[in-house]
Design a binder for this molecule. Structure first.
Ligand SMILES: Nc1ncnc2c1ncn2[C@@H]1O[C@H](COP(=O)(O)OP(=O)(O)OP(=O)(O)O)[C@@H](O)[C@H]1O
Length: 643
């Protein structure tokens, strides 16, 4: 078996903190440079070209938002598609009048709630009093709070952790003390009786871990399923759990699966960022139901009455008197609110939030028995510490053989800012504290086998329910040349379809994009639903080309198109991968990153179609093996005749 990770160089707590503090600054600068906070230096047109602003929008509707928020639906005034941009859901944005330079005063701040081709929805606390009826623009802002939180976590860690719940855990995580497991083998009565052997082993190991345990979950192996069982078992033992992930969607995924059990779950976070189905578990929703919260509401009514009285009061003495009363009431209102929040959090068995959310004031004085980090191999190590310092034990679940977190600063990346705690610990403790899930529930075995042998030492097996599922066995799908094969390789070598570069130096390949769209059309004609098809590519410019072509075809509008990085964690019945690179120099760029191709191929459940120039791509030994595998086990088609 290949080594699961490169042996990590010895990292001490001191060396980690002193190395990461300056790298954090570099990353923050890179994010600010990429956003609009270089106010006065960058005009809105340049920002739009860079993808961090959207101009010429009109507000076409306001929906009553979640938990008191307002959702503003914005569309291009032109009625056309949104121009290509780099905004994504959960980004913090400023709403500004369309006219005026970068320094134009904002109408308010919001969070991107939903993005479609022709509209963007922003959640705000209130609809701005003025200006929303004129033309508007949105500007992305760097999330300063995140950096402040990361920095203060590093400083806390640097001060030493002689007190606090994680005192005994920290030395283990820096390799000063080995991880330990209780001798008595954990026995437990499962909530989920369907767990496979490797999942059961992982649950037992987690329950007997005294400090840290790593759960290695290759694609589709039911990592979150095992994590949820572990959380439920810990709660049954009377322990309090903090469960985090770096993305909101992964946190909500855990909330959803826990909510159907009788456990007290509370989800922290901005309501605009939560899935509607988990809103009942949201802190705000639960606080509103408490007695203290209704008392606070009554007090707010009294405050309004007092404010009105102050305005009408004739003499200074009575005004002062009323103000004193007002101060007293405001204090009481605050205390009641805080008490309501504290009560909900104290009463919960499982608190769930994103990693940065774990640093919120609401959790400042709360300790946990266990901290569970899902998607841990996609989180910055610094971010993991935010949560870890709050608990006595930790469980990290992830897969360091899929993509690591994105680091914007090239220099910070080079110096190791993106190395994850999961990867570092896998290097330290693979044989002592890590277990791998080995049954996968997503892919046909031909799709899985390449990944299993190339990255996981051939240890993964496809569950019998999925091992031989074909695309044409789906309801309503006919067996045609397009649907009959599990693996398809469409080769554009010699087809005169060279790659090009856009103004941001991102690569695209119109010829490949046309073939990808043609294959999607053939699938739809054979009865595959557009929503069951995904197209991924490593390059943002190719995403734009593909989306433009897709939008010309009504039947394909629901085909999802994304970068590979943006599709991690997702799955589709049929996936099409456009590799783009086709050049005389045989350059493959970041295609050669094994982890990226691993993610791309393993999104597919029943069919994986790769489109590439075998002459360029095949120069890389790793990619050559991938092409050989597809040729041997799948259908080879020549691009020129693929129409
Ligand atoms: N023991 C099991 N028996 C049957 N189905 C299972 C089992 N474990 C997981 N699954 C199914 O496999 C799918 C993937 O599970 P889950 O979401 O837990 O995986 P994951 O490893 O977290 O996914 P990802 O690869 O996206 O990280 C789900 O549909 C889940 O219901």
């Amino acid at each position: 078996m290949k080594k699961p990770a490169k042996p990590a160089p010895k990292v001490t707590l001191e060396s980690f903190v002193s190395k990461m503090l300056p790298l954090l600054e570099l990353e923050k600068e890179a994010e600010i440079a990429a956003s609009t906070e270089t106010i006065g230096m960058t005009n809105p047109d340049v920002l739009q070209q860079r993808g961090s602003a959207l101009k010429g929008l009109k507000c076409v509707g306001v929906e009553a938002g979640l938990l008191g928020k307002s959702l503003l639906l914005l569309q291009p005034n032109s009625g056309e598609l949104l121009p290509s941009h780099k905004l994504s859901t959960h980004d913090v944005v400023l709403l500004k009048p369309n006219k005026g330079g970068s320094a134009a005063e904002s109408l308010g701040q919001g969070v991107v709630y939903r993005i479609k081709d022709k509209s963007i929805t922003v959640a705000m606390d209130d609809v701005p009093d003025e200006g929303v009826n004129s033309l508007l623009r949105l500007e992305k802002v760097a999330n300063e709070v995140t950096y402040q939180r990361l920095k203060s976590t590093l400083l806390d860690l640097g001060k030493g952790v002689s007190r606090g719940p994680a005192t005994d855990l920290v030395p283990v995580l820096f390799g000063e003390k080995p991880p330990s497991f209780s001798k008595t083998h954990a026995t437990y009565e499962p909530y989920n009786t369907e767990l496979d052997e490797s999942q059961v082993k992982a649950v037992k190991m987690a329950l007997s871990a005294q400090d840290v345990m790593l759960l290695h979950g290759p694609p589709g192996t039911g990592k979150t399923t095992a994590v949820v069982e572990i959380i439920l078992q810990e709660v049954k033992r009377g322990l309090k759990v903090l469960a985090c992930a770096s993305s909101n969607i992964a946190v909500d995924n855990m909330v959803e699966r826990l909510a159907c059990h009788k456990v007290k779950v509370v989800r922290l976070g901005h309501p605009a960022r939560l899935l509607p189905q988990v809103l009942d578990c949201a802190l705000d929703a639960q606080v509103l139901k408490t007695d203290n919260s209704s008392l606070a509401k009554d007090i707010r009514k009294e405050i309004s009455v007092l404010n009105a009285k102050i305005l009408k009061a004739k003499d200074r003495k009575s005004r002062d008197e009323l103000r004193r009363e007002l101060r007293q009431l405001s204090k009481e209102e605050r205390q009641r609110q805080q008490k309501a929040v504290t009560d909900v959090i104290q009463g919960a068995s499982v608190v769930l939030t994103t990693l940065t959310g774990a640093m919120s004031a609401q959790l400042q004085k709360v300790d946990f028995d266990v901290v569970v980090l899902d998607e841990a191999a996609q989180a910055l190590e610094t971010a993991c510490w935010i949560a870890i310092l709050k608990g006595r034990r930790c469980l990290l679940a992830g897969d360091h053989l899929q993509l690591a977190p994105t680091v914007l600063s090239k220099e910070a990346e080079k110096q190791g800012f993106g190395t994850t705690l999961f990867e570092r610990l896998a290097g330290l403790y693979a044989s002592q504290a890590m277990t791998m899930l080995t049954v996968q529930y997503r892919m046909h075995e031909h799709i899985m086998d390449w990944s299993s042998h190339e990255l996981y030492g051939g240890k993964i097996q496809a569950h019998e329910l999925v091992a031989s599922r074909k695309l044409f066995e789906l309801d309503g799908v006919k067996k045609t040349p397009a649907t009959e094969h599990t693996l398809v390789l469409i080769d554009i070598c010699g087809c005169d379809m060279e790659e090009s570069k856009d103004e941001t130096e991102s690569s695209f390949n119109e010829g490949e994009a046309r073939i990808a769209i043609t294959h999607a059309q053939k699938l739809v004609e054979s009865g595959v639903k557009a929503i069951d098809i995904g197209i991924v590519t490593p390059y943002a410019a190719q995403v734009n080309v593909l989306r433009r072509m897709r939008n010309e075809e009504q039947r394909l509008l629901e085909v999802e198109i994304s970068t590979i990085d943006g599709f991690q964690g997702r799955e589709k019945e049929a996936m099409i991968i456009s590799m783009v690179r086709s050049n005389d120099k045989k350059e493959v760029g970041f295609l050669s990153d094994k982890r990226r191709m691993n993610v791309a191929v393993t999104r597919a459940k029943r069919q994986c179609c790769v489109i590439c120039d075998s002459d360029t791509v095949g120069k890389d030994p790793f990619l050559k093996r991938l092409l050989d595998y597809f040729e041997k086990h799948g259908e080879y088609c020549y691009g020129l005749y693929y129409q």
